[in-house]
Design a protein around this ligand. Sequence first.
Ligand code: ATP
Length: 227
Amino acid sequence: MTAGQGAPVALLGGTFDPVHYGHLRPAIELLEGLGLSELRLVPGHVPPHRPQPRLDAAMRCALLETAAADIPGLVVDRRELMRSGPSYTVDTLAGLRRELGPERPLCFVMGSDAFRGLMQWHRWRELIGQAHLVVTTRGGDNAARPPALDEWLAPRRARHPGELRNAPAGRVWFHPVSRLEISATAIRGLLARGFSVQGLTPDPVWRRLAATGLYGYPQASRATRPG
Ligand code: ATP
């Protein structure tokens, strides 16, 4: 494998239905902590057997663009939405690798829960050939991994984040990020009941949600949280 060249680019996938600070704060911590040149938020289609997003792809992207506009280094990458069905991560990474060239360090960010299920991913062994894996950990997150995954991990585990710069792909780094008790599910629930989500997502996103009545937020409502 060639040596890494340039600051790493990272990719963080999700549904972003809608984007919130639980996505943005870890993204900022990764940008700074790993010295990334950019972190690409990649909204995806949701496989048919999973609950479908409430907002269409264009609106999820528009809200993401609104949120990313004020955060240097954060970029919205629509590549998965340009394809018609759900995308395999291995194909998404291969596409980005072709654009970046063989030497640029590329990181794929995933939560530790997703990492525990890595061996079920499509062509999972090929992922590490395209990118480093950055596994985000949040305090108190000590669930055991399958022994076969630990065996695969041992020779690839990075001891220092600097290792991500020294090669374009091939290492696994565990990066602690803040745990914010915010989920898109909770945000959708609050809006549907007519409650504000200010403070859970950037103000420009909240204003857009409120003004357009997305997720059923009643535009005329003056509802307040019960005391
Ligand atoms: P939902 O509630 O609809 O399942 P979500 O906000 O939990 O949505 P996604 O939009 O799919 O989930 O999340 C994208 C990525 O952000 C995932 O890697 C997920 O682990 C991470 N993420 C989501 N919420 C948080 C949070 N509160 N703190 C840290 N990471 C988060």
